[in-house]
Design a protein around this ligand. Structure first.
Ligand SMILES: C[S@@+](CC[C@H](N)C(=O)[O-])C[C@H]1O[C@@H](n2cnc3c(N)ncnc32)[C@H](O)[C@@H]1O
Length: 302
């Protein structure tokens, strides 16, 4: 809230509306007359966010948009709007990971799906069934930062030859059998990194983040030239990532904008939760927030 600094009458774009927690808090600060654009790939979450924002921000214009935030810069401009604030709170929501039917959790058995957007064409089960061993290893190494990716991929190929791997329970067991759980009870589940890797691949999470960042960069250049864009001059953009694969491109993009004089960094480094916040909301523990403010007038040093 401090970094986005919402003020009455402003336009807020929430790239990842989720359950509407952030959007409701911000909507209350836009009253009596702002605009909230809510975006999510998950239609169920989008509906929940819309209901939450309508309650917390009576009088606020609410525009729900279902789809990938990669397309949001174009869609915001098509609505004839320009944002004062943008937030992307990456990854999945509690509703999604807690629903065994979505196949995101290694601790709940369910279909091996992992799509955040139910209209995506390929599920995790299909990836595991069809990728050649070397490509499977590459996905697990690259998106899971898993050192044992080769051994895991070999095991998955042996398992799928016996019968297709169609559930989260069977995938988790196969990974655990290669990487036995360490004695340390605080160590993460051995399946964590493989699940992260497949989820990132199924949802093209890094590609879509890069597309959103490219949209921010294009808008920053337009604002710098004094031209119209989906972001207003002086707009604030904040992104919350949960692991280094998300944080790195954000750091690089924001750093590039600051280096060329198109934006000012609002955070010196990644901002994590306070101890109190991490204790009351354990899922916030790995979060890393970065924010920038676009220049307000033209002629930056580009
Ligand atoms: C961490 S939750 C957001 C929680 C939200 N900030 C709140 O306060 O309730 C992430 C949400 O982003 C959505 N999401 C993830 N990737 C997306 C993408 N590329 N485009 C649009 N929505 C996405 C997910 O469906 C999920 O609902």
């Amino acid at each position: 809230m401090e970094l986005l600094a919402p003020a009455p009458g402003q336009v807020y774009v929430d790239c990842t509306a989720g359950l509407g927690g952030h959007a409701s808090a911000i909507a209350a600060r836009l009253r009596p007359s702002g605009t909230v654009i809510l975006n999510d790939v998950d239609p169920g979450n989008l509906a929940k966010a819309e209901a939450a924002v309508r309650t917390s921000g009576p009088g606020i214009q609410v525009i729900p948009i279902q789809g990938n935030f990669a397309d949001l810069p174009r869609k915001v401009a098509e609505h004839g709007l320009a944002a004062d604030m943008v937030l992307a709170d990456l990854g999945f929501a509690s509703t999604q990971v807690d629903d065994a039917g979505r196949g995101l959790s290694f601790s709940r058995d369910g279909p091996l799906d992992m799509r955040l957007d139910p209209t995506l064409p390929v599920t995790a089960a299909e990836l595991v069934a069809t990728l050649p061993e070397e490509e499977l290893a590459q996905v697990i190494r690259m998106y899971g930062e898993e050192r044992e990716a080769g051994r895991i991929a070999r095991k998955l190929v042996r398992e799928r030859e016996r019968s297709p791997i169609t559930t989260t329970g069977r995938l988790a067991e196969a990974v655990r059998s290669v990487l036995p759980r360490r004695f340390d009870p605080s160590a993460i589940d051995p399946a964590t990194r493989t699940f992260q890797a497949l989820r990132i691949a199924v949802n093209d999470e890094i590609g879509t983040l890069e597309a959103l960042l490219a949209g921010v960069e294009r808008a920053a250049r337009s604002v710098g030239r004094g031209a119209g864009a989906w972001l207003r001059p002086g707009a604030r953009v904040a992104i919350v990532g949960f692991h280094s694969l998300e944080d790195r491109p954000v750091k690089r993009a924001f750093g590039g904008l600051a280096a060329t004089g198109l934006a000012e960094l609002l955070t010196d480094g990644p901002v994590g939760p306070t101890e109190r916040e991490a204790a009351s909301n354990p899922r916030s523990r790995s979060s890393r927030l970065r924010a920038v403010k676009l220049v307000t007038v033209g002629s930056p040093a580009v």
